[in-house]
Design a protein around this ligand. Structure first.
Ligand code: GTP
Length: 597
């Protein structure tokens, strides 16, 4: 297909506003899938995806459209993987698009995620086609929704959004016609050396690493000798193709086209999303700058529970391939053995990775309490030490001062929840930068310590706004932090994996709460064990974990007094000798720390 007749676009919407329904409708109206087959085909597709352990949501589809002007167009619908809370992930696929359909549900109007996604599309320089969905619904308020879209931005003030029902198909034809006029055709030179953007990737157990590409210049041929420029990886591709929506092999992909490359690579380290795929014989002279590798802000240890370390290692490597913002590195804990220190964009990201390990690889992992990276300045030394594992936090006596990372947070929320949101940010040491009204929503900017949003800030925000707010965070800078390391001692032995770092002012309350939780989560022994939270060498909080022992008085009712006493004696001996390694640390113990904030 010649580039002038290609359009690459994404659909951006708030959750449940009808993105999938519209995508299905576009596929059936362009006969990419027949109406009758559409249900079965998509379900099949998902079954295959599940069996192959790839993300079910990712759906990039090529459609051919016979337009009113008598010409045929190639419409590549590029899925935006999910969530604005992973704005990094969303912008990845937006980088492969030239336009975005901004889809708004007429029964709900513009929502926080509509605004956040629209802002990302704008930042990526995409042409926007606003579309109002669900006009068939009795609850639709079309006039209000149109007014809200027009109020988003001066550039949309005079635009008349298209009105559709993705469910009945009403108005969808007008969307198909508008796509070719509103969205620009890709530009690029067919005769220049091959230059393709790798905008996503996945691991297939049979085919190895599959890269999703958009061709910027030149031509990609099946069986060609390729190279990935940033990773300096060479390969001969095994197959190339398009998404119809199943992967369908083709011989060539030309300028502007979107498709996949079976790289034949098995080692996930060899490919990074954002890289440039070119030809070995004639590499392009100007590769893409590459995505700024997303900076992991939250770190936690992942340790194998029942399964082998090696299985966890393989799964983590494959996940990192599919999600370039996820980082990992091997580590060893005295209490837990070998595992991994993993880096995430935030706590929500951590939860998603845990779920994916469980769903896609059947692995459940023990997760230690998350923390941020600290810059620790030692006395008499110029360069700070970077610490992302509390175990390695230097002794307080050697520390001059500590800096912690701060985030710029953008919260978009309905105006009626403004008070509660400001209170929440305040409780988390947030400094208000500015705020602006966006119709019935407010966009607020804060500066907050990353550690404050690392725990449950996002859940709390969702809860006080009934799910209506969105949160985007970006690293701002490092700044002074008055923090201390909390060490947990159980039965007089330090348990390294339970250490964590907190703001000094929060330490007394947090450690009290912690030892109270440990009382109920640490497995009991036949003897009582003290659990202590130690800060700067001093125990700040202590609790005795009660013994798990027979009640000599009751059970020994018929026994002689001397036998009862002997039983009690046996139960209380050896308590100091018992090493904490006898204690199996369950996830509950780590959750006790997680639930502190
Ligand atoms: P997520 O993938 O969860 O973000 O949702 P989505 O945006 O893809 O929405 P989806 O297409 O799954 O639609 C959400 C719900 O809205 C479903 O129950 C659809 O049947 C319904 N829906 C979608 N379009 C229309 C429409 O035009 N009219 C009506 N009445 N319902 C619709």
């Amino acid at each position: 297909m010649k580039a002038t007749n290609i359009r690459n676009f994404a659909i951006i919407a708030h959750i449940d506003h009808g993105k999938s329904t519209l995508a299905d409708r576009i596929m059936s109206q362009t006969q990419t899938v027949s109406d009758r087959d559409s249900q079965a085909q998509l379900l099949d597709d998902m079954a295959v995806e599940q069996a192959h352990g790839v993300t079910v949501k990712s759906r990039t589809v090529r459609n051919f459209y016979q337009a009113g002007d008598g010409q045929e167009y190639e419409y590549n619908l590029i899925d935006t993987p999910g969530h604005v809370d992973f704005s990094y992930e969303v912008s990845k696929s937006l980088a492969a698009s030239d336009g975005a359909i901004l889809l708004v549900d007429a029964t709900q109007g513009v929502q926080a995620q509509t605004v956040a996604n629209w802002r990302l599309a704008q930042q990526n320089g995409l042409a926007i086609l606003p579309v109002v969905n669900k006009i068939d619904s009795a609850a639709a308020d079309v006039a209000r929704t149109v007014a809200q879209i027009q109020a988003l931005d001066a550039s949309l003030a005079t635009v008349s959004p298209l009105l559709i029902s993705a469910k009945t198909g009403q108005g969808v034809h007008a969307v198909l016609e508008a796509i070719k006029t509103v969205f620009p055709a890709p530009t690029g030179s067919a005769t220049a050396p091959l230059k393709a953007l790798v905008f996503d990737s996945l691991y297939d157990p049979f085919k190895g690493i599959i890269a999703y590409v958009r061709i910027a210049d030149g031509q990609l041929k099946s069986g060609m000798a390729n190279q990935l420029m940033a990773a300096q990886t060479t390969l001969t591709n095994k197959e190339i193709g398009t998404f119809t929506p199943q992967m369908t092999p083709v011989q060539t992909l030309g300028v502007g086209e979107v498709g996949y490359v079976v790289t034949g690579l098995k080692d996930p380290q060899l490919l990074r999303v954002g890289d440039t795929l070119t030809s070995q014989a004639q590499p392009t002279a100007n590769p893409f700058p590459g995505y700024q590798p997303a900076q992991a802000m939250v770190f936690a240890g992942f340790y194998p529970k029942d399964q082998a370390y090696h299985d966890l290692q393989l799964a983590i490597e494959k996940l990192a391939l599919n999600d370039s913002s996820f980082q990992y590195q091997a580590e060893v804990s005295e209490a837990l053995g070998p595992g991994f220190r993993c880096g995430f964009l935030g706590i929500f990201h951590l939860q998603i990775i845990r779920e994916r390990l469980q769903d896609e690889y059947g692995l459940s992992v023990l997760t230690t309490a998350p923390n941020v990276t600290y810059r620790v300045h030692l006395k008499g030394q110029d360069a700070p030490v970077l610490v992302n594992n509390p175990i390695n936090f230097p002794d307080f006596a050697a520390v001059d001062f500590v800096e912690e990372p701060f985030a710029k947070a953008t919260i978009t929320t309905p105006s009626e929840t403004l008070g509660a949101v400001m209170q929440l940010a305040d409780n988390h040491k947030g400094q208000l930068v500015d705020m602006a009204n966006q119709g019935e929503l407010v966009v607020i900017h804060y500066r907050l310590p990353f550690a404050e949003i690392a725990y449950d800030f996002f859940n709390a925000l969702k809860s006080i706004t009934h799910g209506y707010a969105t949160l985007e965070t970006r690293f701002d800078d490092y700044d002074l932090a008055d923090v201390v390391k909390v060490e947990v001692h159980i039965n007089y032995a330090k348990v390294d994996a339970l250490s964590f770092v907190v703001h000094r002012e929060d330490a007394p309350a947090m450690t009290q709460k912690l030892v109270h939780q440990l009382k109920y989560t640490v497995p009991r022994k036949l003897y009582p064990m003290p659990a202590q939270a130690v800060v700067e060498g001093k125990p700040l909080a202590r609790v005795d974990i009660p013994p798990l022992r027979k009640n000599a008085a009751v059970n020994g009712e018929k026994r002689s007094l001397s036998k009862k006493q002997a039983l009690l004696r046996r139960q209380s001996v050896n308590k100091r000798q018992a090493a904490y390694s006898d204690i199996t640390l369950s996830q509950d113990v780590f959750n006790a720390i997680l639930e502190l904030s």
